[in-house]
Each structure stands twice: as structure tokens, then as C-alpha cells.
Write a protein that binds this ligand. Structure first.
Ligand code: NAI
Ligand code: MG
Length: 356
């Protein structure tokens, strides 16, 4: 039997609620499949840990995570700790420390979930957004001078490297090639940003030659928001920079019905390090403790994790169970239902047990 070591880091807000739900579904799958075992280790890192220890995780945190096959992550963020501290203290060091350069964000309209776009049904919106996850606008390059004075300056420098852009482009073309439509849209802003973004366009054209069976087109990021909203059927696989894809994938989540259903994998495609799987949403302190957090994004990212670990059948079974449950109307209030996190989770586990 295959066994995998999973690090569970629920962290803040609704993170612990959705990770508990995800683990319950994974346990049901493990029993139903009988072909693999998950060895889960829990880490109490996050904002509570920060209040006690002055850091979001221990100094050797990254070192300790190296031994795992994958990381199952909740969310960071607390009302009383600055967001750049929580983000740069835990989530970004893991992404960067493990060179998880491909951030993969599938979005589709699940059965029973209504898109805010009039007339758009399941099947009309089925995308995967690939976000460059190691450099670009979030490389942390920049600084502040003359702090607090009227002449204060702040710079935030976007870093694009040939190595970084080429590898994410190859990943995106390969992913597009694996999907039925074999169609990729490359997003930039190369009209206004004439250095790094023009290099993106050039590298896209170079890499495209390695994939003659993939059709591709280019969009400027502002026009892309219009196309996503008005012509969702015209898109399939999408690749964009760290910042652009961050924004576009929130829009994608909303167009698919809720942030509560949008998953993401932070992937090291070379498998030198563990990859990290998480819902896209944050810690949602407005609904923390109310028992109504939508666990679907976490189930979906658990399916991404199983796929990555080499258990595609389990991944399919999990997604099938999720779609059965959303289709039957058992959903949380963020997508118009009345069910609690626990009711949705129990229904998904039941669907897993009853699946053939
Ligand atoms: P958020 O994603 O936590 O919440 C945005 C809105 O969506 C809220 O109204 C929330 O109730 C709702 N929502 C989110 N997830 C939901 C779910 N599973 N079920 C039902 N409703 C859900 O984003 P917000 O409010 O901007 O940020 C809150 C905190 O989370 C901040 O500290 C922020 O920095 C952090 N954050 C962390 C992320 C991460 O860990 N990856 C990502 C985004 C934000
Ligand atoms: Mg975001």
C-alpha cells in the first residue's frame, strides 16, 4: 500500500474548520479506496503561534517540512496581526523556500451552484489559471527611504527572469496540452510595461514552438477581465504573472459562484520539495467559528493533492462526491444554501462511501 506523509497546517480563522473537513473527507477516501494511506502530522503554526512566540513558525520550520510528500494548508490572517507579517511569515516562505513556482488554480461552475453571470451554466466556464509563483511583482524586491518624511519613497520592483518565465510558460503549455481543448491564453500588460512584459510575450512565442498542437492567444490583463466576464466560454488554460493571476483568479472564483469553492496547488513541478495545497480564500474572520465556512475549495484542493501524489482515481472519486453533493443542493450560505460546514462534509463523506 502506498503511504504519504502529509503536513497539515490549518493556521488562522476558518483555516482549521475547512482543514478538519478536508481531512475527514480524505479519511473516508482512504477507507473507500484501500490503496493508499495518509500519515498526517499537524502543525499549530499561524497567528496564535505568532502571539506566543513572535514568529509565525519556528526558525527551522521549512527544514521540518522538507520530509513531507505534500502540505495541506488552511489560511493565514488575523485582525490584530498585519497581513504582510502573516503572509511573509508563513505562506510565502513555504512557496519560495520550496520553489513552488507553479500556482495552479482550476475554476469551473459546479453543479447546483449559480454563477453571478446571467445565463452562464456549468460547462460554460471551465478554466485553469496558472500563476507564476516565484518572482514577478511579489519577489519582495524594493524598499522605503526617508520614512515618515514628506519626501518618503517606496519602491516595489517586479523581477522577471528568463529562467522563471520560461519554466512557467512550459508548465502552462504542457497543462493546456493535457486538456481537451489544448488552448492557452497568455496574459500580460506589454503595452504599458515595456520591459519584463515584452519579454513574457517573446518567451511565450518561443515556448509555443515546442507545442505545435496547442493553440494560443495573448491578452492584456485589463481586457482579460472583460473577456472573462462576457465570454467565459472562449477561455480554457490561462497563464499570467504573480500579481495579474492573483487578481484574475479571485475574479474567476467569484464568477464560478464563490471564493469558497476555489482551490489552488502551489506546485514544484520538478518534485524536489513538497508541494502545497490550499483553498484560495483567506481566513475569513467575518464567519470564523460560525460553522458555515464552505469546505468545497478545500475538498477540491485535496483532490489536486491526490492527483499530484499519484492517486488520480481517489481524486476523481472525491470530485465526483463533491459534485453530487453540490448538485443535490447541500451547500453553505455563501453559494445560496442553508447547510453548515459539517452537513456538507458529512454528505461528501457519505457520497464517497456510497460511490462505486
Ligand atoms: P477572505 O478570503 O478571507 O474573505 C473574503 C470574503 O469571502 C469574506 O466575506 C468571507 O466570509 C468570504 N469567504 C472566504 N472563504 C469562504 C468560505 N470558505 N466559505 C464562505 N465564505 C468565504 O479574504 P479577506 O477578507 O480579504 O481576508 C481575510 C484575511 O485573510 C486577511 O488577513 C488576508 O490577508 C488573509 N488572506 C489569506 C490568504 C491565504 O492564506 N492564502 C488569501 C487571502 C487572504
Ligand atoms: Mg489572492
Amino acid at each position: 500500500m502506498q503511504s504519504y506523509k502529509i503536513a497539515a497546517i490549518p493556521a488562522d480563522g476558518i483555516g482549521p474548520e475547512v482543514i478538519a473537513a478536508g481531512l475527514q473527507a480524505l479519511e473516508a477516501l482512504e477507507r473507500r479506496e484501500g490503496t493508499f494511506k495518509l500519515d498526517i502530522t499537524h502543525f499549530d503554526w499561524g497567528s496564535d503561534y505568532y502571539r506566543r512566540n513572535g514568529a509565525m513558525m519556528p526558525a527551522d520550520g521549512i527544514e521540518r517540512l522538507k520530509a513531507f510528500d505534500a502540505i495541506f494548508f488552511g489560511a493565514v490572517g488575523a485582525p490584530d496581526v498585519p497581513d504582510h507579517v502573516t503572509l511573509w511569515g508563513l505562506r510565502l516562505p513555504i512557496c519560495q523556500g520550496f520553489d513552488q513556482y507553479a500556482n495552479v488554480r482550476p475554476t469551473k461552475i459546479l453543479p447546483g451552484i449559480v454563477s453571478p453571470l446571467a445565463g452562464v451554466k456549468p460547462g460554460d466556464l471551465d478554466w485553469v489559471i496558472v500563476r507564476e509563483n516565484s518572482e514577478g511583482e511579489y519577489s519582495g524586491h524594493g524598499g522605503r527611504a526617508h520614512r515618515g518624511l514628506p519626501e518618503e519613497v517606496g519602491t516595489e520592483v517586479a523581477i522577471f527572469t528568463r529562467v522563471g518565465v520560461t519554466r512557467i510558460m512550459r508548465y502552462a503549455f504542457k497543462l493546456a496540452q493535457s486538456r481537451p481543448r489544448k488552448f492557452l491564453t497568455v496574459v500580460t500588460k506589454s503595452n504599458a510595461q515595456r520591459h519584463g512584459m515584452v519579454m513574457w510575450d517573446e518567451i511565450a512565442a518561443e515556448v509555443a514552438r515546442e507545442f505545435p498542437d496547442v493553440t494560443w492567444d495573448k491578452m492584456l490583463v485589463d481586457a482579460m477581465t472583460v473577456r472573462m466576464t462576457l465570454k467565459p466560454q472562449s477561455l480554457d488554460t490561462i497563464v499570467a504573472t504573480n500579481l495579474h493571476a492573483d487578481i484574475l483568479s479571485d475574479l474567476a472564483g467569484a464568477l464560478a459562484g464563490s471564493l469558497g469553492v476555489a482551490p489552488t496547488g502551489n506546485i514544484d513541478p520538478e518534485r524536489r520539495f513538497p508541494s502545497m495545497f490550499e483553498p484560495i480564500h483567506g481566513s475569513a474572520f467575518d464567519i470564523t467559528g460560525k460553522g458555515i465556512a464552505n469546505p468545497v475549495a478545500t475538498f477540491w484542493t485535496a483532490a489536486q493533492m491526490l492527483e499530484h501524489l499519484g492517486q488520480p482515481n481517489a481524486a476523481k472519486r472525491l470530485m465526483h462526491a463533491v459534485e453530487t453533493v453540490t448538485g443535490s443542493g447541500v451547500t453553505t450560505p455563501d453559494v445560496g444554501g442553508t447547510a453548515t460546514t459539517r452537513q456538507v462534509t458529512d454528505a461528501v463523506c457519505e457520497a464517497i462511501r456510497g460511490s462505486n
